[in-house]
Write a protein that binds this ligand. Structure first.
Ligand code: SF4
Ligand code: SF4
Ligand code: FES
Length: 369
């Protein structure tokens, strides 16, 4: 442990902490943009600079290690002034078409811009430097006019997803992220996990499916049903519809990370063709014999139609069919496939149904894949 003073208060922290981590532990909020606790420190945006006694220049707190007897001032007037200048410099190269149309985004960058009292419209660049929506990825919206070169996308794809899609190209004012060797994201082996979107602090990377969807009425924490990992995330709901999925550090298994299915695979929920009632083939409902193949193609075609019915009828027909197969061919000719979209308890009951009621060990589950 080391002892140091932050804004005059003595604190004791582990020696492998940064000044930013120590300040956070002490309840002091230092503005940041390029830093994120999940990503390796970068020290690029300089918004987190602090005064440290004995140092000639302000230091980036996100990369500076704590040391014994250090004295740090996080919010001196000079430091606050330099933060405002840094934000003004970012704004001079920032352009948001949406803002001009009155759609202000709630991003980490805009939070600090507001906090330091910048007039967005007056301070942002008047012209876009890059094409808006410049990548064909079906899920990730790219607008590099909002990029502040923080490299969080690069580090998210490298540190978390391990796909190495993004890197930084060019120099000076032209520095910007590129996918692969300046190709598009999918060509650069992107898996569309959306991690780069989740970590981008400006909205330069965004969720294509949610563009223009607005602000949710409520946010509901839930558990993903696509596989057995048990990732948790937030469903953003507006007018009883899911408008986006956001990951959260509160999720114990996955933190801010999700795969493409968890983050973007929710369109089935409100799909107009989603099956919400049981259906059976018409010939079963009418108690007729299964039409032979030649009849299927001609006059008995309608007998194969799926017809909506009530649960009791559908379950009666299903159980009768299972009993018929069992008595004719034996229980081992029956297999049960369950789903990750059921709860653990429902899957447990399917296991009981297969092994004890039907008498087969042929049971499997998609989450085992
Ligand atoms: S969506 Fe995922 S895999 Fe694709 S670039 Fe972003 S972080 Fe990398
Ligand atoms: S796209 Fe977003 S995360 Fe990537 S460098 Fe630009 S601002 Fe940072
Ligand atoms: S947050 Fe420390 S330099 Fe960007």
């Amino acid at each position: 442990m080391v002892n140091l003073k932050i804004n005059g208060n003595l604190i004791h922290v582990p020696e492998d902490m940064t000044v930013l981590e120590a300040a956070t532990l002490a309840g002091v909020t230092i503005p940041t943009l390029c830093d994120h606790p999940d990503l390796h420190p970068y020290g690029g945006c300089r918004l987190c600079v602090v005064d440290v006694k004995g140092y000639r220049t302000p230091m980036a707190s996100c990369t500076l290690a704590v040391s014994e007897d250090m004295e740090v001032n996080t919010h001196s007037p000079e430091i606050e002034k330099s933060r405002k200048i840094i934000l003004e410099l970012f704004m001079s190269n920032y352009h948001d078409d949406g803002y001009e149309n009155g759609q202000k985004q709630k991003t980490q960058f805009m939070h600090w811009v507001d906090h330091y009292g910048l007039d967005v419209k007056a301070s942002m660049s008047t012209k876009p430097q890059y094409p808006v929506n410049s990548d064909a990825n079906p899920f990730v919206f790219v607008d590099l006019n909002k990029c502040i070169q923080c490299t969080r996308c690069v580090r998210a794809c490298t540190d978390i997803q391990g796909r190495f899609v993004w890197s930084m190209a060019e120099r000076g004012i032209d520095t910007h992220p590129v996918a692969g060797a300046n190709t598009d994201m999918l060509d650069a082996r992107c898996e569309s996990c959306g991690a780069c979107v989740a970590y981008c602090p400006t909205g330069a990377l965004d969720n294509k499916m949610s563009m223009g969807a607005g602000v949710p009425d409520k946010v509901v924490m839930t558990t993903c049903t696509y596989c057995g990992v048990g990732c948790q995330f937030e469903l953003n709901i507006k007018a009883n519809k899911i408008i986006r999925v956001t990951s959260t550090e509160k999720a114990p298994v996955n933190g801010n990370h999700l795969c493409v299915k968890g983050r973007y695979g929710y369109d089935f929920v409100h799909h107009p063709e989603r099956i919400s009632k049981p259906r059976v083939r018409r010939y079963l409902l009418e108690g007729k014999k299964k039409p032979v193949v030649s009849e299927q193609l001609t006059m008995n075609m309608g007998q194969w139609d799926w017809v909506e019915t009530d649960w009791e009828t559908a379950l009666d027909i299903t159980s009768q069919k299972i009993l018929d197969i069992k008595s004719q061919f034996g229980a081992n000719r029956i297999g049960v496939l369950t789903s990750a979209k059921c709860t653990n308890e429902e899957n447990y009951l399917m296991n009981k149904l297969a092994r004890q009621a039907i008498g087969t060990n042929n049971i499997d589950h998609c989450a085992r894949l």
